[in-house]
Design a protein around this ligand. Structure first.
Ligand code: ADP
Ligand code: MG
Length: 356
């Protein structure tokens, strides 16, 4: 149901924000390292109007769920926590926010690793900024969005998703130094586009596996006497570490170097090789892949027109991303999906977007 149907009046402001996919630089953001996401065409749209009954009302058309905030000092659960967090943080920054009616509608797949959560936060903050003419910039929006996800939704995330949703577009890659927030817009290698396919394997172990890897990286950095693994540039320096810390640290160091190489305008072939190397490193050194992701990546890598492929996101399930020849994405994706589904899995094409 649209805004008018739910709230019996038209919206006063509207804003949207995209989901994202990370092309290189996986598990580097909590090591102060480098990432290279791009925005995807799917977006989340938030419409807003002032509420006259003194309460906030949040409605998601995608979940067909409405949450009313009765007590402003208690964080709601579920999707409302992300929105509530954004509004609370704006108030803590000193902005006066009236009670709101808020409507969410999205084409970003939820829970597939394309960051529907960051798209929701950034779209919410943009819509409030627009409604009230708030003097906040896109980097501040990303930072508030990350704080909302950590402190209100309870997800320990880095800054990549929110920076990508707030600052990236679909025509470029966004190089981001997660320590300094220095960033650079990087063109795609010439003659290439991206394909993203969901493996259909839920990311069940993602939470515990992610926390374990984070702890291993912190321990590796401590043993090497650096603030974060980002401070190691030569992977041979990791050889003094005990296993499995040695391989974990080697992944982070080599992955950061792969991202940095791309800043020097590499060819599609070279970019693809770096993606393949990233997958091997995530599978063997970081151990966050699962058999279905390896199968999907292998099929992609064997397919004509594919420059390279890797799992994307935290791993343990979720999606794979590939760089393919421009104009070939749709054909390659359906051909690969057919082969992948014959292996007993049920995948889904996420990019190029087909369903809107
Ligand atoms: P993702 O990889 O998609 O970001 P997360 O688990 O981080 O996966 O975030 C998904 C959560 O974000 C959902 O469970 C829901 O609470 C919230 N969310 C995202 N998009 C929407 C939406 N359109 N409507 C309602 N809630 C949403
Ligand atoms: Mg998320």
């Amino acid at each position: 149901m649209n805004f008018q149907k739910i709230f019996a009046k038209p919206p006063e402001a509207e804003a949207s924000a995209p989901g994202r996919v990370n092309l290189l630089g996986e598990h580097t953001d909590y090591n102060d390292g480098f990432v290279l996401p791009t925005a995807i065409p799917q977006r989340t749209t938030v419409q807003l109007g002032s509420s006259t009954d003194g309460q906030d009302h949040f409605y998601s058309e995608d979940l067909d769920e409405q949450v009313s905030i009765l007590e402003s000092n208690r964080t709601p659960s579920g999707f409302a926590s992300y929105i509530f967090g954004c509004i609370q943080l704006l108030q803590k920054e000193g902005h006066t926010i009236p009670s709101l009616n808020l409507h969410v509608k999205s084409t970003v797949p939820i829970g597939s690793g394309l960051s529907s959560s960051a798209a929701l936060e950034v779209a919410t903050l943009r819509a409030v900024r627009q409604l009230l003419n708030l003097p906040i910039n896109d980097v501040e929006i990303a930072q508030l969005a990350q704080q909302a996800e950590i402190h209100y939704a309870g997800v320990q995330c880095g800054i990549m998703d929110q920076m990508a949703s707030s600052l990236a577009d679909t025509e470029h890659m966004l190089f981001l130094d997660t320590r300094t927030l220095e960033r650079r817009v990087v063109p795609f290698p010439s003659g290439a586009e991206i394909v993203v396919i969901d493996s259909g394997v839920p990311r069940t172990l993602a939470g515990s596996g992610y926390n374990e890897r984070r702890a291993e990286c912190e321990e590796a950095a401590r043993l090497l006497g650096v603030k974060a693994l980002r401070d190691i540039t030569d992977s041979s320096a990791t050889e003094v570490l005990p296993e499995p810390l040695r391989r974990r640290a080697r992944h982070v160091v080599t992955e950061n170097n792969r991202v940095l190489e791309v800043l020097h305008q590499v060819s599609s072939q070279r970019f693809g090789e770096l993606m393949n190397a990233s997958h091997a490193s995530l599978r063997d050194d970081y151990e966050v892949s699962v058999p279905a992701l390896d199968t999907l990546v292998e099929i992609l890598q064997k397919t004509a027109g594919v420059f390279g492929a890797r799992l994307t996101g935290a791993g343990f399930g979720g999606a794979c991303v590939a760089l393919v020849g421009a104009g070939e994405g749709r054909g390659i994706a359906s051909n690969v999906l057919e082969q992948y589904n014959q292996t007993g899995n049920t995948g889904r094409i996420l990019v190029p977007a087909t369903d809107f």
